[in-house]
Design a protein around this ligand. Structure first.
Ligand code: ZN
Length: 144
């Protein structure tokens, strides 16, 4: 029993490492950079170590993997065949932690946007979300 648990825990730790600097995150960062908005990544002193932090604008973007953060899409709804209960517990605790972090950030005056992994397959959708998230930067007046 101890063996099984430590194996599972190790695998979970590895999955957490892979959660950083993932491909979806890099897609979002590249889009934001192209728009010329300055940001910092994985800011440790904020709840949930947000993926992208825009201090000047008091805005935060989280890029969530659908499976790990239980998005309501087909990837987020997938149930692993082995150790189902273990993964379900882990994923559920991710989801609860996410919503707690979002609430804390909002209380601290931050605007929070969540971009899902499955959405990063559609760059024009992401671009639209980012534009909507920074209305000041992209209002018609900006382009006059
Ligand atoms: Zn999804």
């Amino acid at each position: 029993m101890t063996d099984v648990l430590s194996k599972e825990q190790r695998r979970f730790c590895m999955s957490r490492i892979r959660d950083k600097n993932t491909k979806p995150e890099i897609i979002v960062r590249r889009l934001v950079r192209q728009l010329g908005i300055g940001y910092r990544v994985h800011v440790k002193d904020l709840p949930g170590k947000p993926d992208l932090v825009f201090r000047k604008h008091k805005k935060i973007i989280f890029v969530h993997g659908c499976f790990w953060h239980m998005h309501a899409c087909k990837y987020g709804r997938a149930v692993p065949k082995t150790n189902a209960e273990f993964w379900q517990t882990k994923r559920l605790s991710n989801k609860l932690r996410d919503s707690k972090n979002r609430k804390e950030l909002k209380k601290l005056g931050w605007d929070v946007l969540v971009v899902w992994e499955c959405q990063t397959r559609n760059p024009s959708l992401i671009l639209k979300k980012i534009h909507r998230f920074f209305p000041i930067l992209f209002s018609p007046e900006t382009f006059r």
